[in-house]
Design a protein around this ligand. Structure first.
Ligand code: G3P
Length: 224
């Protein structure tokens, strides 16, 4: 399973790109607006941090297929590398997906809330579908179960489309999606940190440090 970061904040991206096995960045209009920056300056800064080989998913803000295609071409031209245009599911979006795929540009169909949407998006040629796990959980749905059903459907029907699960608020949701065979998750910087944190780990490290120091003081292996 690949981990992406769901943010447009350059500091968070820089940090997670350095310290975590990050496969790319996902953004959406809300996350970009939160940064209150010049659009192209922000997106080119993000691309330069992650480099051309890591995935960058940027959402179109258009509502008609022709304009979505135009925006996808411009985004791909300006941001290059491993690029996916995110498009919220809808009729114009499916038409745009079929057109954009013919141009060789990656598509992530987003705002997915059920397996029927995901299956049609995959048939239209989307490379990824992005189901919103926490938003489903919030309305008494089961986000991870939905992700599992989509993974199974794509395997049953031998579709190349992958699941890029989004909208996570806790590590249990990520864990359940991983168990369900989800190929990619996009999570916040906070959740990367939460995922690797455990009080028993802190206790173990403190004991190692104390026992070592009792015999060798502040010497390290490099000093021997
Ligand atoms: O891009 C979709 C995803 O980021 C939504 O997450 O946290 O707004 O539900 P959230």
């Amino acid at each position: 399973m690949k981990y992406l970061i769901d943010t447009a904040n350059v500091e968070e991206i820089r940090h997670c790109n350095e310290f975590y096995p990050l496969a790319g960045v996902t953004t959406n209009p809300t996350l970009i607006a939160k940064e209150k920056s010049d659009f192209w300056a922000l997106l080119t800064a993000i691309r330069s941090i992650i480099g051309p080989e890591k995935a960058l998913h940027v959402q179109t803000v258009q509502t008609t297929a022709d304009k979505m295609v135009e925006e996808a071409l411009l985004l791909k031209q300006r941001l290059g590398g491993e690029f996916y245009v995110k498009i919220p599911i809808g009729e114009e979006s499916l038409k745009a997906t079929m057109m954009i795929k013919k141009l060789g540009i990656g598509v992530t169909m987003t705002a997915i809330f059920n397996a029927a949407q995901a299956l049609i998006a995959a048939k239209a040629g989307a490379d990824f579908v992005a189901p919103y796990v926490n938003r489903l959980d919030n309305i008494l749905g089961d986000g991870a179960q939905e992700v599992g059903e989509i993974v199974k459907l794509f395997a049953t029907h031998r579709l190349d489309c992958k699941v890029l699960a989004a909208s996570f608020k806790n590590c249990e949701q990520i864990h359940k999606c991983a168990l369900a065979g989800c190929q990619t998750v996009t999570i916040s910087a906070d959740l990367f940190h939460t995922a690797i944190s455990h009080p028993m780990t802190d206790v173990a490290i403190n004991t190692f440090d104390k026992d070592w120091e009792a015999l060798y003081g502040n010497k390290t292996i490099l000093d021997f």
